[in-house]
Design a protein around this ligand. Structure first.
Ligand SMILES: [Zn+2]
Length: 306
């Protein structure tokens, strides 16, 4: 963990300590995020603590399979109740975005199989950001599928420090802001949206459904660390600005709560238009996180000074 910034370690450990099963003794001593400041967006009030709780749910939620389902076009949800994982299916094999915790990899494999696809057809593994709840399982996915692991340059040190069971974190290829990953006619573009981690990556692609093409945004967490520094403030400001420029018809996030997946999935069961196609909902999560970021910054005015 030496190469991981102190703040990222803190953010990561807080999540594990409060909500993760098997949290180590030293991790468990970390306090939960503060219950202040509070911000209200669209009639809903949030605090840093409530946002983390919303994202992570209970330890059981983190490891319980959510019914795998199609999001749009060739994009499927294969994660748990509170940790997202997406399968992008192409004629040349499939892309998996986020392995989540290592203990969830077999659950993700089951979801892929339940949808009628083969886990061994995963040719590329991408990550959302270098926290254990999103990328701890990379080594096991690589072991089971032989997939090429492609990561964002700025998250490399944090990933190298992530060694479940002592396993080296696999890194086969490094991408930079704006670079693309293509497989079987599907292209995903990596956008650096740093702040939550140094290499937090928002992936974008397009998907076809019903004769139309939709812009899909796989958001990275915009949840600001508890303690802000001028560098992080700069990153967060850049990221909030950038995500609002991305063309978007379908927005999903690294935690289902970031796009109301449970609610949209319930709608999906009732039939009718695809509830995941929701351009108006694309920036709701950014609105919540930006309001929170500004409120946290107001409590730490020294961090605003470069
Ligand atoms: Zn995180």
């Amino acid at each position: 963990m030496k190469t991981m910034s102190r703040l990222n370690v803190f953010a990561c450990l807080v999540g594990v300590a409060v909500f993760g099963p098997g949290a180590g003794t030293s991790q468990a001593q970390n306090p939960p995020p503060a219950d202040h400041p509070a911000v209200t967006v669209k009639g809903q009030t949030y605090t840093p603590r409530s946002i983390l709780a919303r994202n992570m749910g209970t330890p059981e939620d983190q490891t319980t399979q959510f019914p795998p389902h199609k999001v749009v076009g060739n994009i499927y949800y294969v994660g748990t109740k509170t940790l997202s994982s997406f399968l992008i299916v192409t004629p040349a094999g499939n892309i998996l975005l986020d392995s989540t915790y290592e203990r969830n990899v077999r659950t993700i494999e089951k979801s892929v199989t339940d949808l009628g696809f083969k886990f061994s057809d995963v040719k590329i593994l991408l990550g959302n950001h270098a926290h254990g709840d999103h990328q701890e399982g990379d080594a096991l996915v690589k072991q089971l599928t032989g997939a090429q692991v492609i990561v964002m340059a700025e998250d490399v040190p944090a990933l190298q420090a992530m060694k479940p069971g002592g396993k080296e974190h696999p890194i086969d290829k490094i991408v930079h802001d704006g670079e693309a990953v293509t497989l079987g006619g599907t292209t995903l573009v990596a956008h650096l949206t740093a702040g939550h981690t140094s290499g937090c990556t928002t992936w974008t692609t397009t998907a076809q459904e019903g004769g139309r093409t939709y812009n899909v945004v796989f958001s990275c967490s915009l949840r600001a660390p508890a303690t802000l520094t001028p560098a992080i403030v700069g990153e967060m400001n850049r990221s909030f600005k950038l995500v609002r420029t991305l063309p978007c018809d379908v927005q999903v996030g690294d935690h289902p709560a970031q796009y109301n997946m449970h609610e949209k999935y319930a709608k999906l069961q009732k039939g009718g238009p695809n509830p995941f196609i929701d351009p108006a909902g694309c920036t709701v999560e950014a609105d919540i996180q930006e309001a929170m970021f500004k409120a946290v910054l107001a409590e730490q005015p020294q961090a605003a000074r470069p």
